[in-house]
Design a binder for this molecule. Structure first.
Ligand code: DX5
Ligand code: ZN
Length: 221
């Protein structure tokens, strides 16, 4: 089980301190949301920020590229310290070469899917990925409400994983709080990306612990 606080919800005025809070929290991954103002209607931060954070933590860096042209960003983020790079299935014909490129850079391969996109779109890629990231909000902003209609997608991803004997992570991203994390765990999710809920608590460590307990008691496995 993986808990991944999303840095998007951190205080950008004191990022180094926020990374220290993360380090003390014993969360597995640090989720880094990269927005280009084109694929999504918002801009976040780029490889220079990730490179700056890299020496501050041993954490697994989970890079989520919400970008129209990820091909120009894979090398920079790999060099900046990515552990895993997620690209979006909505990029169509570009998906296969992008997945191969991420693999060739020696990074774990992630594939993300937006709420309006049918889950069948990811099926051809399941054998090539380490992680499937099911968006449970329309990406672009933190603090949105979880879209319950996404639960059957998690269920389907779990059914495929079993049937094909694969081991990709099933991640959920957006509106994941202490209630929805449990509901996602029950249908097969095992990576929980959570921004606002975790970073808004005075103790990130206590928040991660609380979420872990809820996930464990609801886990499908
Ligand atoms: C949404 C991002 C998410 C976001 C989640 O565009 O991909 O990772 O930070 O934040 P919360 O938990 O606040 O919905
Ligand atoms: Zn994200």
């Amino acid at each position: 089980m993986i808990i991944a606080p999303s840095l998007l919800a951190a205080n950008f005025g004191r990022l180094a301190k926020e990374v220290e809070r993360f380090n003390a929290s014993h969360a597995e991954w640090l989720h880094l949301d990269i927005m280009d103002g084109h694929f999504v209607p918002n801009i976040s931060f780029g490889p220079a920020v990730v490179r700056t954070l890299r020496p501050m933590t041993k954490a697994f860096f989970d890079i989520h590229l919400m970008c129209s042209k990820p091909e120009i960003l894979l090398d920079p983020f790999a060099q900046a310290g990515a552990s895993q790079i997620n690209i979006h299935v909505e990029l169509g014909d570009h998906v296969t070469p992008l997945l191969w490129k991420i693999k060739s850079l020696g990074k774990r391969v992630g594939l993300a899917i937006n709420p309006p996109t049918a889950i069948s779109m990811v099926q051809p890629f399941l054998g090539q990925i380490d992680s499937l990231l099911i968006m449970t909000v329309n990406p672009g902003f933190g603090g949105q409400s979880f879209i319950y209609e996404m639960l059957p997608k998690i269920q389907q991803a779990q059914a495929w994983r079993r049937a094909k004997n694969l081991s990709y992570n099933i991640g959920v991203d957006g509106g994941v709080d202490f209630k929805t994390a449990g509901e996602c765990a029950r249908v097969g999710a095992d990576a929980f990306i959570s921004g606002t809920t975790l970073f808004s608590q005075r103790s990130l460590k206590a928040a991660v612990k609380k979420m872990r307990k809820i996930i464990e008691s609801n886990s499908a496995k």
